[in-house]
Structure formats: structure tokens, C-alpha cells
Design a binder for this molecule. Structure first.
Ligand SMILES: *[C@@H]1O[C@H](CO)[C@@H](O)[C@H](O)[C@H]1NC(C)=O
Ligand SMILES: *[C@@H]1O[C@H](CO)[C@@H](O)[C@H](O)[C@H]1NC(C)=O
Ligand SMILES: *[C@@H]1O[C@H](CO)[C@@H](O)[C@H](O)[C@H]1NC(C)=O
Length: 672
């Protein structure tokens, strides 16, 4: 999204010359697109300033600083842009462009990039933009981008967010000894942006949001040189992406520079992962009680955390006999809903809150809404829940911060009865038992698919996310063939099914996946086995594509990766070679750690590593090594999605992706 933002900004500056033209400006903010009118005209020249901005945008895409971006990256870039062009259109532009290109390669230099921009001024394209925007309107929900921090022509940022996040972090990490040099931060100055520089704070926040994501032994704490701080930041970024944060087009330099809009955008995503982690039935069986009369359980299970929170609030409001709300913006501005919600929570009999609090409701009579909000927040404070919002954030209806406020309230005091539905209780709902499901979800979310995937099966059943993933692996999707939400009430499922059929068709014919016995209807029904089979092939192709790009474009198969692992290990006389991705030795993580030692000498602290004794290792030691290995891999720059359990249990799929990432990393080093 940040990358999208860069382009947006550049396009904006290129086109937005008040005399000659008006551009489409569309910033998708948590599902609320903002559009401005469009009119088309000519742009003759690009000014120095505009060029600088384009240069900045270009550098963002050109991650490896090669001076070129590939056509695929460009396409991805457009997709990231909030008004994303359909893939075929981008390809058309690029093809036209490359045909006229003297050095016919699919690399695009900065100069070429600039002329592609100039191309975009044509009328037909701005028309396409507009269509694309309306097509995508409904489907971009909480993608995880920072709202106000990505709006405006300047990189302005939301001061409210900064204050909210600083207070939250100050509290969350107050007791952490490794953060004493940073905390408490002053919410009223810019200290947040300098405090993120050494990476420690981000790593710690990630570990809080998803415990055990980062092995803290891997974080550089002492004698922080520029290099060590960068390592921490790389570790933070790769770990953030492993928990499903979208981190395209933000790098360690941006964080080191403390760019406010990027820092806030990343922090919000990290914080949100933590806030939402437990808002599901498998974690809180009381949520079953939120099922409406006559509603299918599946429906409840497929709700997003935002929707679930809304239901939760309304459940309490209904119990209080007052009117319900339908959003966390306009509907909460008068603090009424919050007063009743707090009152219900405090009264709840199972409330584990020791000193019974009686909420003082007299604030409801206060006419000044700001004052009323303050009185309400004082009551929240008595429940230890004054977080994220100021009175002004309530009265202005800042939906992001109010969502965070409510999520925290839920986490602190869910105040739900244990419920049974048809004899089923919460224990019956497994949630994501398979480690893989979560990994797949995190992978796709980190690529910025829209809408955000909360539930692997139900959120993929209209095919849209899968189609976006096809584009990520370079398979052209004809978006004209795709049905978009909102789907009609009648026949809506048919539209979704058509998308799924198209996706399976692409997989079978263009991607040449093995999809024996898989039809669109299986995806549409949310069949686990079939969805997993397709998604795995997508992820595998994605992982391996990076390798082919680095090599001579040669197709990379398992054997090549395996050979690379063996050869690399043997070059440095490591005895941890493997015979396949199922090799039992992998459960010790020693092959991975040895490989890291070869690729990035000096990173492994051997006193942290458990060695084999009499050729065996107990489970604790295995897990210990696995955590260490994965965090190390991320620290040296490999974007690893695999989890420690994948290594301990030798899950050959995830093991493959891990080695492929390391190989990519190793090759990159050799090439430079
Ligand atoms: C972070 O991870 C470590 C394990 O490496 C764990 O012991 C620690 O409790 C975690 N910290 C937080 C705040 O979750
Ligand atoms: C919030 O919901 C109310 C109705 O309950 C509606 O009038 C208002 O427009 C909604 N606001 C937003 C921003 O969606
Ligand atoms: C890797 O090394 C192991 C052990 O030496 C050997 O059994 C295996 O065949 C090798 N695999 C490959 C692909 O080279």
C-alpha cells in the first residue's frame, strides 16, 4: 500500500496541474474510497520536483537498487496503487512500450519508467482508472494501511494515531528491560520516529502481537552500530510480513530515517494483529452467543474481527435495552453507546474484574460532546481501558482508533456468557489447527491482497483473492471476465462460482498446476482440501519464481534447491546435508543453521545452538533451534513464512519454501 501510495503521489503530481487537468485521486482508506472528479488533458513536461518524486517512487520498486525494475514489478506496483490497473492493461502498456524499446529486455530503466508515466495521460487510460476504481470500490476492506497517514499530497501523518500508538507502546513495553533506553516516549513530540531506529521496539511489538514470532536471542541489543540496527530492522520487517503485515515498499532505510507515515502504517498493522488475535470463536467460546436468530453458524464463523466486534458491542447494547450501532465512526460520536457498553461490561457477573466498578452514567447528561467523551473515558479508565482514543477521536468519529479502543475493551473484558448452540460449545471450533492455514493467510496478506483474508476458506470462496495471487505469480488475469462485489442477493453465488471456475481454469491451463479433480465449485464451497492444494501451488510458484528471476530464468525444481543446499553445505565442510525435504535431520534445524552460517558468516552464535548428542535431540531442544533458525533467517534478509513447528515436524512444503528463500538470499549475495 505504501508503494501504491508513492505512485499515487507521483501520478498526482504529474497530473495535477490545476490549469490543465484534474486527476483521479482515490485513496482507499479502510474501505472508504475518496474520489475526486476527473477531467483529462495534456501534460507536456514533467518538472524537476515531479521527477524527484518519480525517482523516489522508482527507487521504492527497485528494491535491489539495480537501476531497473522488471515489468512484473511494475505490474505489481500498479496493483498496489489504490486505483490499480487490470493486469492486461498494464501488460499492454508495457508491451507497446517494450516493442518500441531498443534494448528489448523486460527491464525498465528510470527514463523508460518516466515515459510510461507520460503514456498514462491518455484519455482512455484515465477512463480505465475510473472503471478500475469503481470495480474495486467494494472490495478493499481493512487492508491494513494507515489511514490518514497515507492521505494528502504531503506525507502528512495523523497526530492522533501517533499519540495513541505511543501511549499503547509505552504501556505494552514498560517492563521490558531492553527498551528502557527508549521508554517512555513522549506522545507530544516526534520521539516515536527516532525510537524505532534501532529496530528493538518494532521487534518487541511484533513479539507482543504474535507471541514467539521473534526469538529474542536474535535481536541485537548491545553496542548498536548502524549495521546492527539495520539487521534488527530487517528482522522486524521480515517478521512483520510473516505475521501478515503488508510490508511491500518499505525498507530498513525508511525506518531508520523514521519516515512518519511509514512508521505509523507499519505499527498500526502490527498492533492490529495483536488486537484481533483473539476475536474468534475458537479463542472465545462466548462469541457463539452472538449468533442471530435463524442464522447459520457458518455465517458467524466467517465474520471479520471488525464485524465480530460490532456484533459484540450490539449484543451488550441490546442487553442494555438501547439502540445499536452500525459503525465505529458516526454512531459512537456521542459516547452514548460507549457508556452503555462500559456499564454492561462492569455489571457482567462473570466479570473477573476484582473491585466491582459501578459505571457513573451521569456523563450522558453532559451536552458538550467533547466533555461527555472525556467523562466516558474516565469511566473506561476505571476498567483499565482508556486506550487509543482521546475525547476528540471519539467526537470526530475516528474509526480506526475507535475500532482499536473497542478491540482492547473486548480483549480485557469480553463479558460473554458461556453458551451452547445445538449442544456445541467453543471447544468444538478448532480454529486454525493446521499451522499451514495460518501461514498461507499470512503470506497472502503480506502481499496486500484485498480484501484482507481472515478466514482461509470462506474468504477465498469468491475467487477474487486467488485471482490476485495469480497475478502475483505473473499469470495474466483478464479482469473483464471477473465478477466483483457487491454480489446480488439472488444469483450472487453463481457470480462467485464463475470467478472460481475462471481461477481453476487459469491454474490448469496457464499456470499448469496439477489440479486433478478440483473444480471451481470446490473453492466456492470452501473445501479445505481443494483450497489448500491450489493455494499451496500458488505459494510454491511464488517462492520459486524469485529464484528463477535470480538465476538464468531456468525453471527451478525441488532437486535444484536440494542440490544447492547440499553443495553449499559441503563447500564449507558442514555435515548436515539432507537427502530430501523430508529428511529427519531437518527437525533439528541444524541444516538451516549451518546454511545460514555459510551464507552470512558470523551471524550464528554457536553457544545458542543445541548440537546433536549421540545422534538424538529432544523436542525442547529441537524447538529451541527451530525458533532460533527462523529468526536468524529473517535477520539476514530472507522473507521466511515458515514457523518453528514446520521445522520440528519436518513439514516438507514449508521446509521447501524456507530453503528456497535462503537460496534466493544466497544467490543474491553471489550476484552482487
Ligand atoms: C517474545 O518471545 C520470547 C521467546 O523468544 C518470549 O519468551 C517472550 O515472552 C516474548 N515476549 C513477548 C512480549 O511476547
Ligand atoms: C454510520 O451508521 C449510521 C447509521 O447507523 C449512518 O447514518 C452513517 O452514515 C454511518 N457512517 C459511516 C461513516 O458509515
Ligand atoms: C545430498 O546429500 C545427501 C548426503 O550426502 C545425499 O544422500 C543426497 O543424495 C544429496 N542430495 C542431492 C540432491 O545432492
Amino acid at each position: 500500500m505504501f508503494r501504491g501510495w508513492m505512485i499515487l503521489k507521483s501520478l498526482h503530481q504529474v497530473f495535477y496541474n490545476p490549469k490543465t487537468c484534474v486527476v483521479i485521486i482515490c485513496v482507499h482508506v479502510s474501505g472508504i474510497p475518496k474520489q475526486k472528479a476527473t477531467m483529462e488533458s495534456h501534460v507536456t513536461q514533467i518538472s524537476r520536483d515531479h521527477l524527484d518524486d518519480l525517482r523516489e517512487a522508482f527507487n521504492k520498486i527497485d528494491i535491489d537498487n539495480s537501476g531497473f525494475v522488471s515489468d512484473f514489478e511494475l505490474q505489481e506496483l500498479f496493483r498496489e496503487a489504490s486505483f490499480s490497473l487490470p493486469g492486461y492493461k498494464v501488460r499492454e502498456i508495457i508491451e507497446t512500450f517494450i516493442n518500441g524499446d531498443t534494448n528489448k529486455d523486460d527491464k525498465i530503466s528510470f527514463e523508460e519508467f518516466v515515459s510510461i508515466y507520460q503514456e498514462l495521460k491518455s484519455k482512455e487510460l484515465s477512463e480505465t482508472f475510473r472503471k478500475t476504481i469503481s470495480r474495486r470500490d467494494g472490495i478493499r476492506s481493512f487492508g491494513g494501511m494507515s489511514r490518514i497517514s497515507s492521505e494528502g499530497t504531503q506525507h502528512s501523518y495523523s497526530d492522533e494515531e501517533k499519540v495513541a500508538f505511543v501511549n499503547w507502546i509505552n504501556k505494552a513495553l514498560a517492563k521490558d528491560e531492553d527498551c528502557q533506553h527508549l521508554l517512555p516516549m513522549n506522545p507530544d513530540d516526534e520521539s516515536l520516529f527516532t525510537s524505532v531506529r534501532d529496530g528493538i521496539l518494532l521487534c518487541k511489538m511484533i513479539n507482543q502481537s504474535q507471541p514467539d514470532t521473534i526469538d529474542e536471542r536474535v535481536i541485537n541489543i548491545k553496542k548498536l552500530t548502524h549495521f546492527k540496527m539495520t539487521e534488527n530492522l530487517v528482522l522486524a520487517l521480515n517478521s512483520a510480513s510473516a505475521i501478515g503485515c503488508m510490508v511491500v515498499s518499505i525498507d530498513a532505510h525508511d525506518l531508520m530515517a523514521g519516515k512518519p507515515h511509514l512508521v505509523l502504517g507499519l505499527l498500526w498493522q502490527i498492533i492490529k494483529v495483536g488486537l484481533f488475535a483473539d476475536i474468534e470463536i475458537s479463542k472465545h467460546e462466548g462469541l457463539i452467543g452472538l449468533l442471530s436468530d435463524g442464522e447459520q453458524l457458518e455465517r458467524l464463523l466467517s465474520l471479520s474481527p471488525e464485524e465480530m466486534l460490532l456484533r459484540w458491542v450490539n449484543h451488550h447494547l441490546q442487553n442494555a435495552g438501547t439502540s445499536t450501532i452500525s459503525n465505529f465512526s458516526d454512531d459512537i460520536k456521542d459516547s452514548r453507546a460507549y457508556f452503555y457498553l462500559l456499564d454492561q461490561i462492569a455489571q457482567h457477573e462473570e466479570s473477573d474484574f476484582k473491585m466491582r466498578v459501578k459505571i457513573d452514567m451521569s456523563g450522558l447528561n453532559e451536552h458538550n460532546l467533547d466533555h461527555r467523551a472525556e467523562l466516558m473515558l474516565r469511566q473506561a479508565a476505571r476498567l483499565d481501558c482508556r486506550q487509543f482514543v482521546s475525547p476528540q477521536d471519539v467526537t470526530s468519529g475516528n474509526s480506526k482508533l475507535n475500532l482499536a479502543f473497542v478491540a482492547n475493551l473486548f480483549n480485557m473484558h469480553p463479558s460473554l456468557q458461556r453458551t451452547q448452540i445445538n449442544g456445541l460449545d467453543g471447544a468444538h471450533f478448532e480454529g486454525e489447527t493446521r499451522v499451514e492455514e495460518k501461514t498461507f493467510r499470512n503470506w497472502m496478506n503480506s502481499l496486500g491482497v484485498a480484501p484482507y483474508v481472515n478466514h482461509l476458506y470462506s474468504d477465498l470462496c469468491d475467487g477474487l483473492v486467488i485471482l490476485q495471487l495469480f497475478e502475483k505469480i505473473n499469470i495474466p488475469v483478464n479482469w473483464k471476465k471477473v465478477n466483483n462485489p457487491p454480489y446480488p442477493y439472488l444469483g450472487g453465488n453463481m457470480k462467485k462460482l464463475e470467478n472460481c471456475n475462471y481461477a481453476v481454469d487459469l491454474g490448469r491451463h496457464l499456470a499448469q498446476f496439477s489440479l486433478v479433480g478440483i473444480g471451481g465449485e470446490n473453492l466456492n464451497e470452501g473445501s479445505k482440501m481443494h483450497t489448500l492444494a491450489l493455494v499451496w501451488q500458488l505459494m510454491r510458484r511464488y517462492t520459486v519464481r524469485v529464484l528463477s528471476d535470480l538465476g538464468d530464468g531456468e525453471k527451478i525444481g525441488d532437486l535444484i534447491i536440494l542440490n544447492w543446499v547440499n553443495t553449499t553445505l559441503s563447500q564449507k565442510r558442514k555435515d548436515s546435508q539432507i537427502s530430501s525435504f523430508k529428511d529427519k535431520l531437518i527437525s533439528t534445524s541444524l541444516p538451516v543453521i549451518d546454511l545460514i552460517d555459510v551464507i552470512a558468516p558470523g551471524t550464528v552464535k554457536w553457544d545458542m545452538v543445541k548440537r546433536l548428542e549421540k545422534r538424538v535431540m529432544d523436542e525442547d531442544d529441537k524447538l529451541n533451534n527451530a525458533k532460533y533458525a527462523i529468526s536468524l533467517a529473517r535477520k539476514i534478509g530472507a522473507r521466511v513464512y515458515a514457523l518453528p513447528d514446520d521445522l520440528v515436524e519436518v513439514n516438507p512444503k514449508m521446509v521447501l519454501t524456507l530453503f528456497a528463500c535462503l537460496m534466493g538470499h544466497g544467490l543474491k549475495k553471489v550476484n552482487h
